[in-house]
Design a protein around this ligand. Structure first.
Ligand SMILES: C[S@@+](CC[C@H](N)C(=O)[O-])C[C@H]1O[C@@H](n2cnc3c(N)ncnc32)[C@H](O)[C@@H]1O
Length: 306
């Protein structure tokens, strides 16, 4: 869906601040992002709050489509663990995966943003939601047969990641599994702290878990190319005039190109971007084979508590 210039000018600017210039306070960051994004009428799936904030809906829908495919496949493989009882999702946001999971069993979602949890409550009839931090989960030991982390730990600063994984291991039952879908390289998002596949595996193995599956996901080669090309354009050429008036430039530097910048491209470039996304759907199915797993942006890993 293409936004009018007036809508563009109302876009939040969170993602335009260079990460290094802003100290990341997760609770404040996610709460303010949720407040900005949850009222966007043109985003009925609320993807702006849980995918790329401020990005065009058609871009977020592309990523959401392939995430869902990957999770559906992974969930089939952990049916036995799901049957053990309740499933936990950490960093559940507005609860899109909890909703999805609740069709086939009880689910609890936990998130640090009160606005996300409130909205998840309003939307969800099946799952339960509560406020909490991944690094100090409000649950007893050995509670869950299955847990999920979808694009959450990537937003946790590196020094806190071991505490989050330790908590996941603590609340999982022995023999229980955790599905982890996280980025393995920086991308178009804000406040990401990606680590390599080996880094993710080490993190979980150090907390007594065993890797039982690892798949590469999210290639989007044309989008990467578009990102590279648009980075080379002068800021004036890649920002529509109306949007440019609203953009705060970092002192002495260029604003980084983010997924949200696609909403501010001049119309012809925005049409090219939309075409690139349309072509990226079929291309994504063969990209793994064409490019090899090393070039994937994300990984889906399943770990088992031994
Ligand atoms: C990119 S969104 C993903 C939401 C959800 N997993 C999904 O895919 O729809 C990241 C979510 O993680 C939450 N989050 C970030 N750090 C967290 C932490 N330390 N503890 C709990 N939730 C956290 C944020 O509030 C946000 O809702």
């Amino acid at each position: 869906m293409t936004k009018s210039p007036t809508q563009q000018s109302q876009q939040p600017m969170v993602e335009l601040r260079p990460p290094s210039a802003v100290s990341y306070k997760p609770a404040e960051y996610w709460e303010s992002l949720a407040r900005d994004q949850l009222e966007q009428a043109e985003d009925p799936g609320l993807l702006g709050a849980v995918c790329y904030a401020g990005a065009p809906l058609w871009l977020n829908e592309f990523f959401a489509h392939f995430q869902r495919k990957a999770l559906t496949r992974a969930l089939r493989r952990v049916r036995r663990q799901r049957e053990r009882g309740v499933t936990l999702e950490i960093g559940c946001g507005t609860g899109r995966w909890c909703q999805y999971l609740s069709a086939s069993g009880p689910v609890v979602g936990v998130d640090l943003s009160p606005s996300m949890v409130r909205r998840a409550h309003e939307l969800g009839r099946g799952p339960q939601f509560c406020l909490g931090m991944a690094q100090s989960l409000p649950f007893a030991d050995n509670t869950f047969g299955l847990a999920l982390s979808v694009v959450v730990l990537i937003h946790v600063p590196d020094e806190l990641k071991p505490a989050c994984v330790k908590e996941l291991a603590r609340v999982l039952q022995p023999g229980g599994s955790v599905i982890v879908y996280e980025r393995v390289r920086p991308g178009l998002g804000a406040q990401v702290h990606p680590i390599s596949v080996d880094g993710w595996v080490r993190l979980f193995v150090e907390q007594g878990m065993r890797l039982s599956r690892c798949e590469a996901h999210e290639y989007a080669p044309l989008l990467r190319l578009l990102h590279l090309v648009s980075k080379m354009l002068p800021a004036r050429a890649r920002t529509s005039r109306l949007a440019a008036d609203q953009v705060k430039r970092p002192a002495g530097g260029r604003a980084p190109m983010t997924a949200a910048s696609l909403s501010r491209l001049p119309l012809p470039l925005r049409l090219v971007a939309r075409l690139v996304v349309a072509v990226s759907y079929p291309l994504e199915y063969v990209s793994g084979w064409l490019l090899g797993s090393r070039l994937a942006n994300s990984a889906l890993m399943v770990f088992e508590k031994t």
